[in-house]
Design a protein around this ligand. Structure first.
Ligand SMILES: *[C@@H]1O[C@H](CO)[C@@H](O)[C@H](O)[C@H]1NC(C)=O
Ligand SMILES: *[C@@H]1O[C@H](CO)[C@@H](O)[C@H](O)[C@H]1NC(C)=O
Ligand SMILES: *[C@@H]1O[C@H](CO)[C@@H](O)[C@H](O)[C@H]1NC(C)=O
Ligand SMILES: *[C@@H]1O[C@H](CO)[C@@H](O)[C@H](O)[C@H]1NC(C)=O
Ligand SMILES: *[C@@H]1O[C@H](CO)[C@@H](O)[C@H](O)[C@H]1NC(C)=O
Ligand SMILES: *[C@@H]1O[C@H](CO)[C@@H](O)[C@H](O)[C@H]1NC(C)=O
Ligand SMILES: *[C@@H]1O[C@H](CO)[C@@H](O)[C@H](O)[C@H]1NC(C)=O
Ligand SMILES: *[C@@H]1O[C@H](CO)[C@@H](O)[C@H](O)[C@H]1NC(C)=O
Length: 436
């Protein structure tokens, strides 16, 4: 049995290492995708009602400010007469309807739809709307991972007016590619306290997949390591995310107003503080204390991007001993077991609401930290061969650059593990870290 488990573990480890996110398929989140679902609720020639839902089924990828921007291409000349819970960014040329009482909401062949902002007028809302296009990940929040809006559709005077599903979907978030919609079983709606079900006339779904390489050419984060038993900090590899150039700002300097000005509806390009690694996000893993029955790790995430607050951030950690996590301080934690409950080596960490769920821009508070306590396997416990360090770390679902295993902190020849010895070194290290 345990041989089988070892084999399984080895196989998944290989899987993880050879296919890191290049094909849009993520072995850590095999069912992770974004679904665009269309329910046709009413339909008569030239008049259709559709409910559209965007569901984020990913464990640790989320969509933050400025939110999704959904677009598609109508097959025939369809117009959107009315929209609830969202709006198109442009109305387009509606002169064909100049003689009608009111003009349509949108006459474009390729409309772009954005979510309404929180606090939209009540009569413009539908349920699950109006969060500015923000979608949480499944791990973090199973309520706010869905967005919805409703449309009343019609057609141009010269069109037969039958409903045809549009194509060429795009959710307007970097890194995602969407397929065409396919017909699926009609959605059922529960009414009368579950005693009766009604159903959509027809339902379609389009799937969107994330790829880190498509989202950005260079990595966005890196990892540095330290341990109480090792005198140095193993830094992020030089040029992890880019090489130092004139495009960075010195620590403590706020970018000029010119740089800060940008379209609030688009994500600002990062302006990072000057470091040797040039990453907007820096994760530090410190093996802090070795107790009799536990060992303690401190994880710090630092925002070096002066242009962005990362809200609802998350960290995915792969470490073979995560199944022995017994306590996590000041972060939320959830183990991830996508294949089998036996392979318990991956978990997702995220901030506590209203406390540290926003990683504030560099120059302000700029970092969040946790300490985790792991149970020790008394007989075989050892920090040898870098066991104390993670295999992989992902920030907001994007792979962080790790130091080379050759550089990992090493155990001194005659290691003494007493926690008293370690605390002195720890304080020195913490002090050094503050200076970095
Ligand atoms: C708007 O559409 C009408 C027909 O629907 C067309 O005749 C007119 O040229 C269009 N106007 C512009 C500015 O494209
Ligand atoms: C789509 O438009 C074309 C050209 O106007 C028309 O011939 C066709 O019947 C339309 N299809 C439907 C299903 O409305
Ligand atoms: C989606 O459908 C359109 C029109 O039928 C087609 O041109 C396009 O290649 C399809 N896209 C994909 C990704 O299959
Ligand atoms: C980040 O949050 C801080 C504090 O809430 C705010 O002052 C700052 O303007 C925000 N920065 C950005 C880029 O949104
Ligand atoms: C995996 O880890 C979690 C939390 O540490 C624990 O609740 C769960 O029982 C573990 N599962 C196994 C099979 O060890
Ligand atoms: C550590 O986790 C493994 C796998 O879940 C479990 O078999 C083992 O008993 C745990 N050890 C301790 C000391 O908690
Ligand atoms: C320690 O390791 C040995 C050899 O790998 C193994 O036989 C033994 O069961 C392990 N003990 C525990 C408590 O896991
Ligand atoms: C992690 O787990 C492995 C296998 O159970 C064990 O040999 C090792 O000593 C553990 N290391 C730490 C740092 O807990």
């Amino acid at each position: 049995m345990s041989a089988m488990l070892n084999l399984l573990f080895a196989v998944t480890t290989i899987l993880f290492t050879i296919s890191p996110f290049t094909h849009g398929y993520d072995p850590l989140d095999p069912n992770g995708e974004m679904i665009i679902k269309w329910d046709l609720l009413h339909s008569s020639p030239g008049h259709h009602t559709v409910l559209v839902k965007i569901e984020n089924k990913q464990e640790y990828h989320h969509v933050e400010n400025p939110g999704w921007k959904l677009s598609w291409h109508w097959v025939n000349k369809t117009v959107i007469w009315d929209m609830r819970g969202a709006e198109t960014t442009e109305q387009g040329n509606c002169s064909a309807f100049a003689s009608s009482e009111t003009l349509p909401h949108c006459c474009l062949r390729r409309p772009t739809i954005v979510d309404l902002l929180p606090g939209a007028p009540f009569n413009m809302q539908v349920s699950n709307c109006c969060r500015g296009g923000v979608l949480t990940s499944m791990s973090q929040d199973r309520i706010n991972h869905v967005s919805a809006f409703q449309m009343t559709l019609g057609s141009f005077p010269d069109d037969p007016g039958e409903f045809i599903m549009p194509y060429d979907f795009d959710i307007g978030v970097p890194g995602y590619t969407c397929g065409n919609a396919t017909s699926v079983a009609p959605t059922k709606y529960i009414t009368d306290k579950g005693r009766r079900k009604t159903q959509a006339l027809a339902t379609w779904e389009a799937e969107c997949m994330y790829s880190q390489t498509k989202s950005s050419q260079s990595p966005k984060c890196c990892v540095s390591l330290s341990a109480f038993y090792y005198q140095n900090i193993v830094p992020c590899p030089t040029c992890s995310c880019g090489c130092p150039s004139s495009n960075c700002v010195k620590s403590g300097v706020v970018p000029s107003l010119l740089e800060q000005e940008h379209d609030p509806h688009e994500e600002a390009s990062p302006v990072v503080q000057c470091t040797k690694h040039m990453c907007p996000i820096h994760i530090h893993w410190h093996v802090k204390v070795n107790y009799k029955k536990y060992w303690r790790v401190k994880i710090t995430a630092t925002n070096l991007n002066t242009m962005k607050n990362y809200s609802d951030w998350n960290l995915v950690v792969l470490h073979p001993n995560l199944s022995n996590v017994t306590k996590v301080f000041s972060f939320n934690y959830k183990p991830m077991t996508p294949y089998s409950k036996h392979i318990n080596d991956t978990g997702v960490f995220w901030g506590l609401k209203y406390y540290n769920d926003v990683l504030i821009q560099a120059g302000e508070t700029g970092n969040v930290q946790t300490e985790i306590l792991l149970n020790k396997d008394m007989e075989n416990f050892s920090f040898k061969n870098g066991w104390g360090f993670p295999r992989r770390i992902l920030f907001n679902g994007d792979e962080c650059v790790m130091p080379s295993p050759d550089d990992y902190p090493r155990l001194p020849k005659s290691a003494s593990y007493s926690s008293r010895d370690s605390s002195f070194v720890t304080s020195v290290l913490c002090f050094l870290l503050l200076l970095v």
